[in-house]
Design a protein around this ligand. Structure first.
Ligand code: B4P
Length: 184
């Protein structure tokens, strides 16, 4: 299956994508993880992304889109993937459409993880990643509302909503059930 995961920062996209990847036997492709790996290895891409990630802003589309195109062209993504954190705005979504149609592929579903703001803040505060400080979290939430939330309308025919409150196992089961209920 070709699935996109959308949700506010801290909704558990990364957590759930890793688990769904095992259950569905499809690679987990996380733009956040790809940026963090490049930053750790101090690659040119990592150096370029660092200041945006540190501030909780979106890394410029041209950098992000090139990185995703490269990843999607690898053989393990040919039969399916879970795309975690991409697209994050409608222009990235347009780019993804173009890439997929060139590969004669299309998305099967867009999983939308819903959690209230209070829970999001408490999850991120307890994780403590370097971009999980209060100011940066607030900016990431604002960026989500402004840039990413419009994807719900953009993908209205593909959206599958998942209540992401509850234990990690409960959320995984809900996501699997919701996908199973989707028409082919
Ligand atoms: P991401 O890595 O995508 O970060 P995120 O949205 O905060 O994480 P996620 O929602 O996956 O939460 P997680 O599972 O980790 O992005 C980081 C940065 O990279 C962005 O700010 C941006 O700068 C850049 N970036 C990424 N993609 C981009 C793009 N397409 N374009 C431009 N820039 C981009 O869960 C969070 C915490 O909750 C964890 O501690 C987890 O253990 C906990 N948790 C999860 N599920 C739980 C549950 N059910 N109950 C309790 N806790 C739970």
């Amino acid at each position: 299956m070709r699935i996109v995961l959308v949700g506010p920062p801290g909704a558990g996209k990364g957590t759930q994508a890793a688990r769904l990847s095992e259950r569905l036997d499809a690679p987990h492709i996380s733009t956040g993880d790809l940026f963090r790996e490049n930053m750790k290895n101090e690659t040119e891409l990592g150096k370029e992304a660092q200041r945006y990630v540190d501030a909780g802003d979106l890394v410029p589309d041209e950098v992000t889109v090139a990185m995703v195109k490269d990843r999607l062209s690898q053989p393990d993504a040919a039969e399916g993937f879970l795309l975690d954190g991409f697209p994050r705005n409608t222009s990235q979504a347009d780019e993804l459409n173009t890439v997929l149609s060139q590969l004669d592929q299309r998305l099967d579903a867009v999983l939308l993880f819903e959690v209230n703001d209070e829970e999001l803040i408490s999850r991120l505060a307890s994780r403590g990643r370097s971009d999980d400080t209060e100011d940066v979290i607030r900016n990431r939430q604002e960026v989500y509302r402004r840039e990413t939330a419009p994807l719900v309308d953009y993908y209205r025919d593909l959206i599958v909503t998942v209540d992401a409150l509850g234990s990690v196992d409960e959320v995984t089961d809900r996501a699997m059930d919701a996908l199973a209920d989707e028409p082919e």
